[in-house]
Design a protein around this ligand. Structure first.
Ligand SMILES: *Cc1c(COP(=O)(O)O)cnc(C)c1O
Length: 375
């Protein structure tokens, strides 16, 4: 099945009780036992499993080409579940520009867990290879990365990790690319993590996370326990919203990618713009790898303006269509000065603005940037 068809059909079935074509939202927290005491319909209590969550998990496993999926109450709850599965002294390798929340979970929440972490530039395969240790258990990859859109070679990372021992689990944060544009499991990566808050939900109205595995492994089983007994589960309504968003995901990703490429090309030719970071541009250092492992370059880009911090803040301030807000993946375009949200020790340039390119007409978005850049 092609991904457009899968996005509409996977995990969906006619409601047996009513014939409803659109699945009902199952708010019941508890499910009937038979006179013998078992659960003939497969559900007992909603923290453990729920029909809406199961439908979403089936859908996500099918989209990624994985064996199983687990849905969580947020993207960071996935990271938490992974870390909870590790032992004190275990070693994690993560990108030096990893989503900042992962550093917070490992450092601030689980600091006393005694994990060893190496943050390395994963686009430098030799640097990555050198960072592998006998106690490495998790290799976390994020591609394209935030906010410089750096591209990591998933096939190379998967092969090197496999060569380094059977205990390493590779996990790709696929939030920016989605399974429509990039299929990490097909590249040999063990598991994919998502913030479903972003493109999968697609409408900036629900928080969620997911973990999809290519094969059975101990970290996935521990994450399952952490979901079930740790309790970081999404509500039935949240699962329903994300599942509904996925219906249109493949077509939205195509439109996000087309719009973003047009805008990246426009910005690259603008005198007030110093650099554009978008893997779809031939000038981007990760373009070759991206062209090989992605079927489109996605809706995220960033650019650096000529001038200083105030110049960048001014451009964002003058935008009328682009909304000044964090996050990404919705229908409306967003613009954000990343350095000021990341705080004083950020490595993000003060002149950088990150955009989540939405589904508006690109001419209107370009006109908005034109007037904002004119100052
Ligand atoms: C937003 C985001 C997360 C965290 O997800 P939440 O749903 O906000 O918890 C993780 N990784 C990436 C790449 C993200 O963009």
């Amino acid at each position: 099945m092609k991904i457009e068809t899968c996005a509409v059909h996977a995990g969906r079935r006619i409601d047996p009780a009513t014939g409803a074509v659109t699945p009902p939202i199952h708010l019941s927290t508890t499910f009937e036992r038979s006179p013998e005491g078992d659960y003939p319909r497969g559900f007992s209590y909603s923290r453990e499993d729920n029909p809406n969550r199961r439908a979403l998990e089936e859908c996500l496993a099918a989209l990624e080409g994985g064996k199983q999926a687990l849905c969580f109450s947020s993207g960071l709850a996935v990271v938490t579940a992974i870390v909870q599965g590790l032992e004190p002294g275990d070693h994690i390798i993560a990108p030096d520009d990893v989503y900042w929340g992962l550093r917070k979970v490992i450092g601030d929440v689980f600091g006393k867990w005694g994990l060893a972490t190496s943050y390395v530039d994963m686009t430098d395969i030799d640097a990555f290879h050198a960072a592998l240790r006998p106690n490495t258990r998790v290799v976390w990859v994020e591609t394209p990365s935030n906010p410089l859109m750096k591209v990591t070679d998933l096939t190379a990372i998967a092969a090197l990790s496999r060569g380094a021992g059977p205990n390493i689990v590779t996990i790709c944060d696929g939030t920016f690319a989605t399974p429509v544009l990039q299929r990490p499991l097909d590249c040999g990566i063990d598991m994919v993590a998502h913030s479903t808050t972003k493109y999968l939900g697609g409408h900036s109205d629900v928080i969620g996370g997911a973990l999809i595995t290519r094969h059975e492994n101990y970290l996935f089983e521990r994450a399952r326990k952490s979901q079930k007994y740790g309790g970081s589960v999404p509500s039935p309504f949240d699962c329903w919203l994300i599942r509904r968003g996925i219906d249109t995901l493949p077509w939205r990703m195509r439109a996000h990618s087309e719009n973003a490429l047009r805008i990246a090309q426009y910005l690259a030719g603008h005198a007030a713009v110093e650099t554009v970071h978008y893997p779809g541009l031939a000038t981007h250092p990760g373009h070759k790898v991206a062209a090989r492992q992605m079927s489109g370059f996605g809706g995220m880009l960033s650019f650096e303006v000529r001038g200083g911090r105030e110049t960048a803040m001014g451009v964002a301030a003058r935008c009328k269509l682009f909304l000044r807000a964090t996050s990404l993946g919705g229908a409306h375009s967003l613009i954000e000065h990343r350095a000021s949200i990341e705080g004083p020790d950020t490595k993000t340039p003060q002149t950088l603005l990150r955009c989540s390119i939405g589904l508006e007409h690109p001419d209107d978005l370009i006109a908005d940037l034109e007037q904002a850049l004119a100052g």
